[in-house]
Design a protein around this ligand. Structure first.
Ligand code: GLN
Length: 491
């Protein structure tokens, strides 16, 4: 058997089911790795809670009432509310906040509601404040470092999740993806992550950033592990999430070994333009060649509005954020300013003290584009182009079954490289934003290494509800390559 921390979710689940390991042993093994909080990946750890959950898992394993992932450890991005751990969304305004309930995805993966998969929560993972960022530098509780090179960013906003999985602190984690926050950190840290079709996994209890884009999903080392978690995460939650889709749950592991013979992979020319770094291009090209060897056919396609996805996203997401974040007013949740003269003064001081600069920037941008006189010029135009971007994908899917390209123009950058220039970070989101705006499922698969040995991810984008096809394609690539098995020095 691999040493504990090297085991995948599927290996751990089997070892637990066959009683080679107990959930308590597994929990103790992983908790032992968290001392000193490597990479600042975690925001809350509580070994008592974790051990109690593990004991309950062992009891279910003994009683024959275990869930499919019973006893396997998981970490949750700190935008998922949890009853037993603090939830901050990486913000001072929620420092120490405790939710009275678990988010639907936490319930579905865990055991706090009937029918859960039985995973044991190891803790809450650091992230950019309210999931706004591409480098995890916007967390109020400090940056997360990339396990492959601690001078570099882990990506964002699910940077804690990606770093924790890459450093083998947890076998799997949850992330959220509004404009790339599962795929880009997965790419930067050399792991696998998938964002399902918008509406397939419940947003209930996922602290809202931009509601029409936010989507939770799994991050793990292999496509198979992502398939295991995603199968547990998806499913209708109609009473609690108004955009939840009434689509049945699916076993995404069932089709993992399907042949790729004849699969048409669309390669959008706009994803291979000037801004793409040579090392990323080389790794992505090599992965595409590998797909040809596996029987797939590459089809040149065009997504002509790729560049527009940046201004469109950075209008729509802040607009929704400015509205969603109005709930943090010092009355209902978290922080409240100490000294104030009246109610309005309390709101102002609470928000001025509680929010970080990037969040304030987006609230202001959002309020501006929604304001009278600018709404038509910005917000409405952006909505129209968003529709066209979605239509472009449907045109492309007439010629191909899935789309492949880079996740990001470069490997993980060094801390400070983009400092003080938020737009530089925004521009790096160019390849992940289109699928987000269209609500399509998309994932990142390890595809090689670039400059200074940093990981490069291949992005796969599918049509609506084609998660199984994406995971199958990713799994086949992982059977033919070993990039997902490499690990950072010292791990
Ligand atoms: N980098 C993008 C942003 O800052 C995406 C973040 C996300 O997907 N949560 O908005």
């Amino acid at each position: 058997m691999n040493s504990l921390h090297d085991m995948t979710v599927s290996e751990l689940a089997l070892a637990l089911k066959t009683k080679q390991l107990s959930a308590v042993e597994v929990a103790i093994g992983f908790l032992a790795r968290l001392g000193g909080n490597p990479h600042n990946a975690f925001l809350d750890i509580d070994s008592e809670v974790t051990l109690a959950q593990a004991q309950a898992s062992d009891a279910r394993l003994a009683a024959g009432t275990a869930g499919p992932l019973e006893g396997v450890p998981v970490g949750h991005k700190d935008v998922f509310v949890t009853r037993d751990f603090a939830t901050t969304a990486g913000s001072n305004i929620l420092a120490g906040y405790r939710s009275p309930f678990d988010a639907t995805l936490v319930q579905k993966l865990g055991a706090s509601a009937p029918g859960g998969a039985g995973m044991v929560t190891v803790g809450k993972l650091n992230c950019d404040e309210f999931a706004m960022g591409s480098a995890n530098e916007n967390s109020a509780f400090g940056k997360v470092t990339n396990p492959w090179d601690t001078a570099r960013v882990p990506g964002g906003s699910s940077g804690g999740s990606a770093a924790a999985v890459a450093a083998r602190l947890v076998p799997a984690a949850t992330g959220t993806d509004t404009g790339g926050s599962i795929r880009q950190p997965a790419s930067f840290c050399g792991i696998t992550g998938i964002k399902p079709t918008y509406g397939r996994a419940s947003r209930y209890g996922m602290i809202a950033y931009a509601s029409s884009l936010d989507q939770g999903g799994p991050m793990a080392r292999t496509a198979e592990d992502c398939a295991l978690l995603l199968s547990a995460m998806c499913g209708p939650d109609l009473d609690r999430d108004s955009t939840s889709l009434d689509v049945p749950t699916e076993d995404f592991t069932a089709s993992l070994n399907h042949s790729l013979e004849g699969l048409r992979i669309g390669v959008p020319k706009e994803f291979f333009g000037e801004g793409l770094h040579a090392d990323v291009r080389a790794a992505v090209d090599a992965a595409l060649r590998e797909y040809e060897k596996l029987g797939a056919k590459l089809v040149p396609i065009s997504l002509p509005r790729t560049e527009l996805s940046i201004p469109v996203y950075y209008i729509i997401a802040p607009a929704e954020a400015s509205s969603n974040l109005s709930r943090f007013d010092g009355v209902k949740f978290g922080h409240r300013a100490k000294d104030y003269t009246d109610l309005v003064d309390m709101y102002k001081k609470t928000r001025a003290e509680g929010f970080g600069n990037e969040v304030k920037r987006r609230i202001m941008t959002g309020a501006y584009v929604l304001s009278h006189g600018y709404y038509d010029a910005y917000y409405l135009q952006a909505q129209k182009i968003r529709r066209m971007i979605a239509d472009d994908f449907q045109k492309a899917f007439k010629e191909c079954d899935l789309i492949a390209g880079p996740v990001a123009p470069s490997v993980a950058w060094k801390f400070g490289d983009n400092a003080g220039d938020p737009v530089a970070d925004y521009l790096a989101d160019i390849f992940t934003l289109p699928a987000s705006l269209a609500g399509l499922p998309a994932m990142s698969v390890p595809a090689g290494f670039g400059a200074q040995g940093m990981p490069v991810g291949l992005q796969l984008i599918g049509n609506y509800f084609k998660e199984a096809q994406l995971l199958n394609a990713a799994h086949r690539l992982q059977q033919a390559t070993d990039f997902h098995l490499q690990k950072p020095a010292g791990v």
